[in-house]
Design a protein around this ligand. Structure first.
Ligand code: ADP
Ligand code: ZN
Length: 646
């Protein structure tokens, strides 16, 4: 902001000048003390007259005779006085002592002179206030571009013109077929409103896109604009929440005014939960009136425009559960489109999209399928990130094209963070980590419902502080008690192994224990999987700010007891299992210490195949496709029920 810099420069210059003005005596008067004045001027009889300036300084003017004493008569002297009264008294006494007759006494004049410094000081608070206000309004106006104080209420929506910017089409959004289908209706409407209006249909005003971060909500909204060939106005909900009262509503008003001017168009409000939280919630803390009035204004605007204005409002959120029900009323956001994290098929398609710009000699289709199998739980944004990281890794090694290994490293990096080469473990610590991870691996190996293992590593990484075991979970939406039990045991395997081999435990298992506790509490209090507690679920997603538990104290105690029983049971079972397989844990740990990273093949070589029919997602999805050469990729329907069998 050049203005601010300019102000600062000017301000500094002014201040410096003031300081100089203040410290340098006016019109080269020489500063003296009262004693100095008395002995070298007054007693010598060369003082012509005195002027008291501003009641605190005295200027001494000399007689022409001063010249004979070596002092220029033009030279003036000044000295400070405490008060006029004491000065007058002292002067009187001095003249009495010198025996100056009353008619020859030195005349004293009184003057008020306006000191620039003091004037400035007077106005300083006002100036400061004006300066601060000016600064804030400048800043508040932000990108609105030099509209000063009047720009503060302007919406900061960025305009995307359809010719230049919205190049995103549905083909850039992989997977999410249902969402696309739903949103297609808006595209058709924006392209040809007459067809609908002819039949008297009132068109939906808007849709809420909900889903975890990075699942492509913004992308989909943009693609809708791109498909329909209309401008796209995007704004984040948090931008409406400012420190000034009334700014939010005014920005909403402005946003809609802009939209109407550009109709037909699409408004996209990201993070709508920032303003759209249910009103009156969290009232204990003193509700946010500003937010409420912003929300009200949004509702008013949405009610206010006629459907012949052809403005569609899309909103994104990852907390649909906290939204005010008023938002969902017909005529407002009456469509609710949930976008979930992609399943394996969706991931493969997203990989296809983001592999396109990557230079690789691998077979794209096979690669994307394989990578999809390796990345359960990844969102579209994560996948984009993996592709980018892979290219970076390849570039770092001066390769000419990105290979499969680079992608695998990139996935590992996205999951667990960077390798921490600088973190050096002592040999003892390393041994503990190896036995801990071996415990996880072996426990999982012999538990029927545990996820298949992909690799175990004891290289310290960003997230998994010391080591980690990577599994290949299925995209699964329902878990049975048996599966949860096996998962708990596998998670406890690390701690149990430490106990068996070292007869002592370390702090390394904290994360595991937290996970186990969570699973156990969920089973007992959310999924109704405990006999004593019964088929009750106390989980209420809306009760975030509730401090009271939705059950009695007795039930609370019961839940705690049952959870403890459950976890202790799992622990005992794991101890039994690993004591039985002690030799296997030892073998795996030794190999880990030697190689630092071991894969599923290494495990198979050591322990033989898992004693269960194991069908990993990878086998099912990648190998099956390879055998029965599939139709060209996008047409193949990957999620045909076999993969995410529920
Ligand atoms: P959200 O708004 O849901 O947080 P975004 O729409 O900003 O997520 O997505 C972030 C990035 O993730 C996109 O720019 C895109 O690169 C990638 N992405 C997410 N979902 C998809 C998808 N279905 N197809 C292709 N890319 C996707
Ligand atoms: Zn662990």
């Amino acid at each position: 902001m050049p203005q601010i810099n300019m102000n600062m420069v000017l301000g500094t210059a002014f201040g410096t000048w003031l300081m100089w003005k203040m410290t340098s005596p006016a019109d080269n008067a020489r500063e003296v003390t009262w004693q100095g004045f008395r002995t070298s001027l007054l007693d010598k009889g060369i003082v012509d007259r005195l002027t008291v300036v501003n009641r605190n300084r005295v200027r001494v003017h000399l007689r022409p005779e001063a010249g004979s004493l070596g002092v220029s008569p033009q030279q003036t002297f000044v000295f400070s006085i405490g008060s006029i009264e004491s000065f007058e008294r002292k002067l009187e006494e001095a003249q009495n002592e010198l025996g100056i007759p009353s008619n020859e006494r030195i005349p004293v004049a009184y003057r008020d002179e306006i000191s620039i410094f003091q004037t400035a000081l007077h106005f300083a608070p006002t100036l400061l206030l004006i300066g601060v206000l000016y600064y804030i309004t400048k800043r508040g106006a932000g990108g609105a571009g030099g509209q000063g104080i009047f720009g503060i209420g302007k919406s900061r929506a960025k305009m995307f013109n359809q010719e230049t910017d919205v190049k995103v089409k549905f083909k850039n959004v992989a997977g999410a077929d249902e969402a696309k289908e739903e949103i297609m209706e808006f595209v058709k409407f924006l392209k040809n409103p007459a067809a609908y209006e002819r039949l008297g249909a009132r068109l939906p005003r808007g849709a809420i896109l909900s889903g975890p971060p990075g699942t492509g909500k913004t992308l989909l909204a943009k693609a809708t604009a791109g498909e329909a060939g209309v401008p796209f106005l995007s704004v984040s909900g948090s931008e409406f929440v400012e420190m000034f009262v009334g700014v939010g509503p005014s920005r909403v008003r402005d946003l809609f005014a802009t939209a109407k001017k550009n109709a037909p168009c699409i408004i996209f409000v990201d993070e709508i939960d920032a303003i759209g939280k249910a009103r009156g919630k969290g009232g204990h803390m003193g509700g946010n009136d500003e937010r409420e009035s912003t929300l009200n204004q949004l509702l008013v605007e949405m009610d206010g425009f006629n459907s012949d204005e052809h403005v569609v409002v899309l909103a994104g959120t990852n907390r649909p559960d906290v939204l005010d029900p008023a938002l969902m009323r017909p005529g407002r956001f009456d469509r609710h489109i949930a976008i979930d994290r992609p399943d394996i098929g969706g991931r493969a398609q997203i990989f296809m999209v983001h592999l396109k710009p990557i230079k690789t000699t691998e077979d794209m289709e096979r690669l994307s399928r394989k990578l999809a199998a390796l990345t359960p739980g990844f969102s579209g944004a994560d996948i984009h990130n993996v592709c980018n990281e892979a290219a970076l890794i390849a570039a770092r090694h001066h390769k000419d094209s990105v290979t499969e290994v680079d992608f695998e490293q990139a996935i590992e990096r996205v999951i667990a963070g960077l390798e921490k080469k600088s973190r050096v473990l002592s040999p003892e610590e390393k041994k503990t980590v190896a036995y801990h991870e071996a415990g996880h691996a072996v426990a999982g190996w012999y538990l029927q419902y545990a996820d298949p293992l992909l690799k175990v590593s004891i290289i310290p990484r960003g997230v998994a502080a010391l080591g980690y075991a990577q599994y290949l979970p299925k995209d699964q939406y329902l878990y049975s008690t048996k599966q949860l039990m096996d998962r708990m045991c596998m998670t406890l395997g690390g701690r149990v192994s430490e106990q068996i081999f070292f007869d002592t435990i370390t702090t390394g298992a904290q994360d595991d224990l937290q996970k186990v506790t969570k699973i156990a509490y969920a089973q007992v209090s959310t999924y109704g999987m405990n006999e004593k507690v019964g088929p009750l679920s106390f989980h209420d997603p809306n009760s975030e700010q509730q401090f009271q538990k939705p059950f009695s104290e007795q039930t609370g105690t019961l839940i705690d007891d049952e959870v403890r029983k459950l976890v202790n049971g799992a622990y005992t079972r794991t101890v039994q299992l690993l004591t039985e397989k002690k030799g296997d844990v030892e073998k795996v740990a030794k190999l880990l210490l030697e190689k630092e990273v071991i894969t599923r093949e290494d495990m198979e070589n050591l322990l033989g195949r898992r004693p269960f029919v194991e069908k990993t997602v990878y086998d099912e999805y990648v190998r099956r496709k390879e055998v029965s050469s599939p139709p060209p990729f996008p047409e193949s329907k990957p999620n045909d029920g076999e993969v995410n069998s529920t």
